[in-house]
Structures are given as structure tokens and as C-alpha cells.
Design a protein around this ligand. Structure first.
Ligand SMILES: [Zn+2]
Length: 459
């Protein structure tokens, strides 16, 4: 993580796109659908005020292939002192300080002296269930007091309690609850957030959730990416076969027509959707041109990870129970592995074998998995802290996994690194040593959060 460690690959002048900045076509998934419009209607019209950040320790993540795998995962391409120019919402220049960027005449230019503090790409949370209603805190207290999962289900807890609360909530209520959570995440430096549906379990309620997520976009300065988690659970009030059929033939069709090309997701587990049922849903979704993500191997390895790798799905998420054969298949594929260490922290102390996955060459990303049952976590900083302690990732690997590789999972090539032409989503930390982001827990390390070239948080 020291400069010396990165010395051989430190970029020198980055005013032009680097030849080493590659986008291997085979590994870039189909574009996700950001639901945030470029110029949110009810926010002040973005003023094209240029910003020059000087004297920053810039984690550019610019060198090497994109996405990162193998030894490249730890490569942060640090410029120890850099000037970064932002114009029209994008990064227009990155050069070692003091640079010629300071001499360009820019009317209204705001100069921010980073004074050696770390400037990094905005954090990207590529797996959340941030849209929900109701509370599971009573259930958590019961669990702490020794109640079993079955006891909790009998008392009306578990995922169905969230499903029932979501069904009762209006679309506007869901949007407001979601926005409260998104702003907490933004406060912690997360500038792009994936949000899944999945608590509706009916065509009407899944569409309501997706519309609620869509409605949040113009009220949020960051970017929201919606995913239709149609195979989250089974509704116990309906016969299994009927529910699966209805989801595939009715709900998927409704989602497809209102939200074309949105990623489709499912939870492949013994107590949820079987591999065969997932496959049927995914085949129907692929016919309609949807990219696929899938929750696999959280508790049981059912073979879906290698199937996903073989079929080129965007990501497999969880992987706590992944087997060595599945690790090997994943490592050779273009499918990303998204690790969710807050589940292990909050639930049961089980973590994905991240070192084996990294050694096999897996495209690794990490995410909060924010949800009321297994991961009440709003901070990608905390996810990095857990990833370093409990997944065994290095600080550099954890940062790549929550920026450049997380962008890849969402199919977004315009963010996740600090380079010319990239969207100006940036976080300035209150430290000159990026290792502190992983080392010091329990505080918010952000000094400034910039989204699309606008300063949205300043502390
Ligand atoms: Zn999840």
C-alpha cells in the first residue's frame, strides 16, 4: 500500500486516457440501467462550476485491466501529490502537483487544497436491499436472547414480516424510506447504489417497489441502479409451483415491459429458489434481454455458481459456502463474485473464502447487502474494514473491490477510477493514508463527497 509498493506502476501524466486502461470486451457485461437521470429534475440545475483539487494523494486505480483480478486487484495506481480538474461533471485532467492544470483560465474555478489527503473514486455499493418498510429490530433482539430461526418465523418474523410491511406501504412511503437510507449512505461516501426489489413477491408489489426505487432517483444526487429480485423467496400463501409459474410468466413479463434490460436476480438456496427454478426464470429473462445476477452459496452450495460462470452471468453474490470446484470455475470466468461480509458479522461468523477466490483469479467486489434481516449496514467504509479483517483482503484489494470492480458488476465503465473522461464521483478522505480507511473503525472518514462534479457533502 506504500508508494514504494506501487512505485513501478505509478502513472505520471494522466491528462490523456492511458493506453493501459483497458476494457476487455469479453468481460464487460451489458450496461445496467441507471434509474437516476443525468440532471435530476427537482435538484438545483447543476452549475458547471469547474473544480480544481490540488495536492491530493490520488488513488487513481487507472493502470491495468478493468475489471481487476489476480495481482492487479491490489493495484491502486497512486499519485502521491496530484491535481485533479473537474469540468461539466467529469474529470478532465489528472496530473502530478504542481501541474499545468493550475494555469488554465477557468472562470468561477473553485480550488480545493487537499493538503495531502486521500482522494479516491466514490464508493460503489453494488448489492443492497435498501428499499423496505417495517422493522426487524424486535426479531434481532429475540435472536440475541436465544430464539431460533423457527421461533422467530412462528412469531411472524423473518423475511415475510418485511414482505407484509412492504405490501402495506404505499409507493410514496417506500420512496421516502429508501431516500432516508440513500442519504445516510451518501454521507459515508457511497455515490452509486444498487437497490433490489424482492420484498413484494407479487406482480403488483414488485412493480410498486421498482417504481418506488425509480421515483427516488430524481431526489438523490448519486446514481441508483435498480435490480428486479424476482426470485427472492417463496410466498407460503401460494403453492410453490403456482408461485414460480406466476413469477416467470406474469411478473417477469410486467417488469420486462416497464423496465427493459433491468438486471434480474434470484436467491438460489434450499429454503428459497432451487437451481432448476432459477434457471427457468433466468432463461426467460435472457430471452427478454435482461442481464442476470444470482445469490449463490450463502448456506448451501447447489451448483449455481459454476452454472452462472459458464453462462456468463454478471455476478454471483454471497459465496460463503462455495466449494473449491466452484471457485475454480468462477476464477476462469468473466462473472464477478460479490462478497457480503456484513452477513458474517451480523449473523453467524461465516465468511466467503476470499483468498481462494482471489488466487483463482475471480473478479471480486464487496458490498453492504444493506437489508433489515441480515445486514443493517449503511457504510461501505465498514464493509472495507470487515473485508480486510474477516475476508483477508489487503487494503488495496478491498478498495478496488468497492470501486472499479463494483462499477464493473453494475456494467458502468464511466466510474470507479480517477481518470480523464470519467464521471466526477469522488471522495476526499480526512487522512493522508488510505490504510486508515480500513484501520480505524467506528467513524466516517469522509471530508468531502463530490457527485457528478458537484460537492454534495462537506465536513
Ligand atoms: Zn442480497
Amino acid at each position: 500500500m506504500s508508494d514504494a509498493a506501487n512505485g513501478a506502476r505509478v502513472p505520471q501524466v494522466l491528462a490523456q486516457p492511458s493506453a493501459g486502461f483497458e476494457h476487455p470486451a469479453a468481460e464487460v457485461p451489458r450496461a445496467a440501467q441507471p434509474v437516476a437521470p443525468a440532471a435530476p429534475a427537482n435538484l438545483p440545475t447543476p452549475v458547471a462550476t469547474p473544480i480544481l483539487i490540488t495536492n491530493a494523494r490520488a488513488l487513481t486505480l487507472l493502470m491495468g485491466k478493468r475489471p481487476r483480478r489476480g495481482d492487479d486487484l491490489a493495484e491502486l495506481s497512486i499519485l502521491p501529490r496530484a491535481d485533479v480538474l473537474i469540468e461539466n461533471g467529469k474529470i478532465s485532467g489528472v496530473m502530478p502537483s504542481p501541474s499545468a492544470l493550475r494555469d488554465l483560465p477557468k472562470p468561477g474555478l473553485r480550488v480545493i487544497d487537499a493538503n495531502g489527503d486521500v482522494l479516491m473514486p466514490g464508493l460503489i455499493d453494488c448489492h443492497t436491499h435498501a428499499c423496505w418498510a417495517g422493522s426487524r429490530i424486535d426479531e434481532w433482539e429475540q435472536k440475541l436472547a436465544g430464539a431460533s430461526y423457527l421461533d422467530i418465523l412462528k412469531r411472524g418474523g423473518g423475511i415475510m414480516s418485511t414482505v407484509n410491511a412492504v405490501r402495506k406501504a404505499s409507493q410514496a412511503e417506500l420512496t421516502n424510506l429508501l431516500l432516508e437510507r440513500l442519504f445516510k449512505m451518501l454521507e459515508n461516501g457511497t455515490t452509486t447504489i444498487e437497490v433490489k426489489s424482492g420484498y413484494g413477491l407479487s406482480t403488483h408489489d414488485e412493480i410498486k417497489m421498482l417504481r418506488a426505487i425509480h421515483d427516488a432517483a430524481p431526489k438523490f444526487p448519486g446514481t441508483i441502479i435498480a435490480t428486479a429480485l424476482l426470485g427472492h423467496a417463496l410466498d407460503p400463501a401460494e403453492g410453490r409451483e403456482d408461485f414460480i409459474r406466476k413469477t416467470i410468466h406474469e411478473t417477469l413479463a410486467a417488469v420486462s415491459s416497464e423496465f427493459p434490460k433491468m438486471a434480474i436476480d434470484a436467491y438460489c438456496e434450499t429454503a428459497a429458489w432451487s437451481p432448476g427454478e432459477c434457471q427457468e426464470l433466468f432463461d426467460a429473462a435472457i430471452t427478454r434481454d435482461h442481464p442476470i445476477r444470482v445469490h449463490t452459496d450463502q448456506f448451501n452450495s447447489l451448483g449455481m455458481t459454476s452454472t452462472a460462470a459458464l453462462r456468463g452471468y454478471m455476478s454471483v453474490d454471497h459465496l460463503e459456502a462455495v466449494t473449491p470446484a466452484q471457485v475454480e470455475a468462477l476464477g476462469k470466468s468473466g462473472t464477478a463474485g460479490v462478497l457480503l461480509p456484513v452477513c458474517g458479522f451480523h449473523l453467524d461468523g461465516r465468511y466467503a473464502p476470499a483468498r481462494a477466490l482471489a488466487s483463482a483469479g475471480t473478479i471480486l467486489a464487496i458490498a453492504s447487502n444493506l437489508n433489515p434481516g441480515s445486514a443493517p449496514c449503511y457504510s461501505m467504509q465498514f464493509v472495507i474494514q470487515l473485508a480486510v479483517r474477516n475476508l483477508g483482503l489487503s487494503v488495496g484489494e478491498a478498495i478496488s473491490a468497492s470501486t472499479v470492480n463494483a462499477a464493473h458488476v453494475l456494467g458502468m465503465g464511466d466510474r470507479g477510477v480517477i481518470g480523464p473522461g470519467q464521471r466526477a464521483d469522488l471522495v476526499l478522505l480526512k487522512t493522508s493514508d488510505e490504510r486508515e480507511l480500513a484501520y480505524e473503525v467506528g467513524l466516517n472518514h469522509t471530508r468531502m463527497v463530490i457527485v457528478g462534479g458537484r460537492v454534495v457533502r462537506e465536513r
